[in-house]
Design a protein around this ligand. Structure first.
Ligand code: KDG
Length: 337
């Protein structure tokens, strides 16, 4: 430790990394240091977004803030990183919103299956009134939420058989994120779900502890899940945002001018991240097929069947989330179309 060379070994091997390192701020010269971590690997658009954040912050503060980036859960999973932010022992992390619901129950509003019809509606709702309200709720948890980035529409992968209809979920052991609504929804679909941190997932798939998992195609492809999963279906059952979090004790200690730089860098890097995340979806799909995955396009009927099956779960969780907020998000979705 002690320096900011936390980039992956693979990127170090490309002379580009040397150049990047030379433009890095020497941690010793900086007044402030941001340790920023994610769970996904260095190939993922999420990490490229984090590097963009670093570039903007270091340039605009003339190196007064140094940003060290960590990927692949090097500083722990989403929950561990969030707890470190609360304590002030880490400064930035960008988790899925799903595990944030363990801290703030209202966050489960984003876990309503089939809520957003497309990314443009997601952007409008997240960057609008509802999204802003949810960011403000982080304050009571000693966190500052600056922007939503994109994880994306979640699709199914498994090692047993193609998923073409709801019947194919029957008895499948599926890893979900640590989120009660996700668990209840997969139970309702007939699966046998188990919550697990992302950092344990590859091994669990490899050893057959679980048969399958669900994540956007970007993650399935870039994390190499196809090495241990033969079937992928584009269920798009839940859209997961990422939320850009800063430790409140750290943020409050920054001069106002730097707070503003960090805030706008999180937003700008997020716009870039959303763009590159969307661009490559077709490529990931083709990549999976080229790697030998059997890819199933879900029929409209099968999706409608899934949507109907999880309705009782939405009802049940509307109480916990708060009916008003649930109505508000449905209204915002409608207004955005
Ligand atoms: O960097 C993000 C990951 O830590 C995690 O949120 C990814 O969607 C995810 C999952 O399935 O845990």
């Amino acid at each position: 430790g002690g320096n900011s060379s936390s980039d992956s070994d693979d990127s170090k091997a490309t002379g580009e990394a040397a150049e990047e390192a030379s433009s890095n701020v020497a941690a010793g010269d900086a007044e402030y240091k941001i340790r920023a971590s994610i769970g996904l690997n260095s190939e993922h658009p999420q990490y490229k977004g984090l590097l963009k954040f670093k570039e903007i912050v270091e340039a605009e503060t003339d190196g007064a803030i140094a940003v060290e980036t960590y990927h692949s859960g090097q500083l722990g999973d989403d929950r561990t990183a969030m707890e470190a932010l609360q304590l002030g022992s880490q400064e930035v992390t960008v988790p899925s919103t799903a595990p944030v619901a363990n801290f703030i129950p209202e966050y489960a509003v984003f876990d309503i299956p089939f809520l957003f019809p497309n990314e443009q509606v997601a952007d409008a709702v997240l960057d609008g009134k509802v999204g802003t309200k949810l960011l403000e709720m982080l304050d009571e948890q000693n966190l500052v939420g600056l922007a939503y980035w994109e994880n994306g529409f979640r699709d199914m992968s498994n090692s047993k058989h193609p998923i073409e209809s709801i019947a194919d979920f029957d008895g499948l052991k599926i890893r979900t994120m640590e989120n009660d609504l996700h668990l209840a929804a997969f139970r309702e679909l007939g699966a046998n779900p188990t919550p697990m941190a992302f950092t344990e997932l590859f091994t669990a798939l490899q050893q057959g502890t679980v048969d399958g998992q669900e994540n956007p195609l970007s993650t399935i492809y870039l994390e190499g899940f196809h090495e241990v999963q033969d079937y992928v279906s584009d269920t798009h059952h839940i859209y997961t945002p990422f939320v850009f979090l800063v430790s409140k004790p750290f943020f409050d200690g920054l001069p106002a001018e730097y707070q503003e730089i960090v805030r706008s860098a999180a937003v700008e890097a997020g716009q870039y991240q959303r763009e590159i995340n969307r661009e490559a979806n077709e490529e990931y799909k083709q990549g999976l097929i080229d790697e030998g995955v059997e890819f199933t396009e879900m029929s409209e009927e099968a999706i409608a069947e899934m949507r109907d099956a999880v309705k009782p779960v939405v009802e049940e969780f509307s109480e916990k989330i708060g009916k008003e907020l649930v109505d508000e998000i449905y209204q915002a979705v409608e207004d955005a179309q």
